[in-house]
Design a protein around this ligand. Structure first.
Ligand code: GLA
Length: 410
């Protein structure tokens, strides 16, 4: 059984390829190139939109944008990652509205729209999108695109936001608005923070009450460990309603508890909160659904705190059981896993992983496993074998290494 790996991204190759593709698409030279990373969320899943805590880190895999400004208000977007139909969109920035930009282009077109809505004067531009963040793998290719373009527009318009963490938080907020309002994905903000605010060798402890961020050392190599990512290649999309319905359920549960978000429910009061939610629900089915959501969010936030503490103390191996508990909670209570993600986790654990869980929005996408560095290949092969035994398409792996946030490449 062949084990498939994503190639290690090379900055020089990415720069050369995007420049050549820009020339071919637009017949001129780009003003520059900017890139932003995909992310893995170590733990803290489906809690960002409930003002919770999450712990993502940036990947070496990046989305690159080559751009040149224009004198008019036109935005021309072209993707070198999509071949053929739907790879190009153009329109006037002043005419972009919720619902007016179909498909992937909404993630790009939303960015100048959101920056202008925030009062920043950004110009029309020709934009070529390329890069190495796998699409639809739950590794946040959409936020990588938004954030690379936000960095580019910040730079060419001289906004100066990218030079400080506070400025980057503002860019991230504009990208979230672009994603929510123009692309129509009701996501929570973790991914954009990761793409713009992470530091190499660290995970980002993000408090989504105010998007305050703390860098937590995460030295996998120093501990002799690796984090294996399995892209199950099962389809993952956040605009199909299932993500939004979980978010709505949380909002209903919070309302029945009389709080704005479930973050306000401390873990030690979980049982009494569940009793209140159960009593307030109209029927047993709804009571069960609301209670499962509350239990996931409240327990997951506590697990993030526990993992961050272990990382700070250098006790990396001990986070394994917390990763497992997170997966069970997402699978059984929150119900956002799928057969491929469950099999990936089970196979990695059976092959000796210290802990495993789905990462990102779920319903397909990727799983992570914490493994002894010497075991990575064996563990990956065990997953590939488990997929083959079920007749599924082969997964693709990568070793996740905490890298830097987005930046200008050239
Ligand atoms: C997606 C969303 C994030 C977050 C995760 C789940 O990645 O974009 O905002 O909600 O799912 O943790």
């Amino acid at each position: 059984m062949t084990v498939h790996w994503y190639p290690l991204p090379s900055r020089d190759d990415a720069t050369g390829a995007a420049t050549a593709a820009f020339r071919a698409a637009f017949g001129r030279e780009p003003d520059g190139l900017w890139a932003a990373p995909g992310r893995v969320n170590l733990i803290g899943e489906h809690v960002d939109y409930q003002a919770g805590l999450c712990l993502p880190f940036a990947l070496p895999q990046r989305t690159v944008v080559a751009i040149a400004t224009r004198d008019d208000d036109l935005l021309r977007l072209r993707s070198a990652q999509l071949d053929g139909s739907g790879d190009t969109w153009e329109g006037r920035i002043g005419e972009i509205r919720p619902g007016s930009v179909p498909g992937w282009a909404g993630y790009g077109a939303g960015v100048p729209w959101a920056l202008r809505a925030d009062g920043f004067d950004v110009p029309g531009a020709d934009v070529l999108v390329d890069g190495s963040v796998p699409l639809g793998a739950g590794l946040s290719s959409s936020a990588a695109l938004e954030c690379a373009l936000a960095l580019a527009l910040d730079d060419v318009a001289g906004l100066g936001l990218a030079t400080s963490d506070a400025g980057r938080a503002r860019l991230a907020a504009a990208c979230v608005r672009a994603e929510n309002e123009i692309a129509g994905a009701p996501t929570g903000g973790m991914d954009q923070a990761a793409a713009l605010r992470c530091r190499a060798g660290h995970a980002l402890l993000l408090d989504c009450r105010d998007f305050g961020a703390t860098q937590v050392p995460f030295d996998l190599a120093g501990a002799g460990l690796e984090l294996l990512v399995t892209d199950t290649r099962a389809h993952h999309a956040l605009v199909d309603g299932r993500y939004g319905s979980r978010r709505d359920t949380c909002a209903r549960a919070a309302a029945s508890l009389g709080v704005t978000t479930l973050r306000e429910i401390p873990g030690k009061t979980l049982d009494s909160a569940l009793a209140v939610v159960r009593d307030a629900a109209l029927d047993a089915v709804l009571a069960d659904e609301l209670c499962r959501c509350v239990r996931h969010v409240v327990t997951e936030i506590d697990r993030v705190t526990a993992v961050a503490t272990l990382l700070r103390e250098g006790r990396l191996r001990e986070i394994g059981p917390l990763l497992d508990a997170s997966h069970r909670s997402l699978r059984d209570d929150y119900q956002v896993s799928c057969a491929e993600l469950d099999v990936a986790c089970e196979a990695t654990l059976a092959a000796g992983a210290l802990g495993a869980r789905m990462t990102g929005g779920g319903f397909g996408g990727s799983a992570i496993a914490l493994v002894e560095a010497a075991d990575t290949q064996t563990v990956a092969k065990a997953v590939a074998d488990a997929f083959a035994a079920r007749g599924w398409d082969h997964p693709i792996f990568l070793r996740a290494v905490p890298d830097t946030a987005g930046e200008r490449l050239r």
